[in-house]
Design a protein around this ligand. Sequence first.
Ligand SMILES: NC(=O)CC[C@H](N)C(=O)O
Length: 226
Amino acid sequence: MTARIGVVTFPGSLDDRDTQRAIRLAGAEPVALWHKDKNLHQVDAVVLPGGFSYGDYLRAGAISRFSPVMETVIEQAKAGLPVLGICNGFQVLTEAHLLPGGMLGNDHLHFICRDQKLRVENAETAWTSDYNAGQEIHIPLKNMDGRYVADQYTLDKLEAEGRVVFRYLDFNPNGSLNDIAGITNEAGNVVGLMPHPEHAVEPLVGSGRTDGLPFFTSILKKLVNA
Ligand SMILES: NC(=O)CC[C@H](N)C(=O)O
């Protein structure tokens, strides 16, 4: 059985096609999901891709969170459906309260686009089991609103429960608290991160690295072994 992984397209999504390609390269079947459609078409997992959904109006992710497709994603994520939010997708997940905290503008007030070094802090989520805890990886980062913030209680809880999944290394590119680049929910099925693993899956393009591919092979293994 081939695992079917849905990729949502909102008006303004940019990286839905790259995400579908990464899923295919990992060996799973990508399924295009439309923001107006509440039906998830029996997918086994969902990726919310990067971009500027609904133009980032009001606040990045604030409108997408109320889209018909998110109604079902929120309901099913709470029931255990694996969901990955990449960059704008991470912003949607915080706005939807599937992940705690929120994203503010980068502290230097500029759009940033660079290859970013990260440390994998948690290799036990549905999306990171093909990494090793402590592993250092490089994947591209490109955003305006990447500064992760949360109140002290939430930060302490995330740290104590090992729910910081990725941390920026060498350089904090946006002022994120505790150098946080990605987090997970309590159950470990929902993960959000600002850098873009789908842009680092083929040796022939970009940095020539494939450090992002394990996201997609991790979830495939989990679904196939389920
Ligand atoms: N690449 C992305 O998804 C970044 C877009 C995002 N809405 C931002 O903060 O700029």
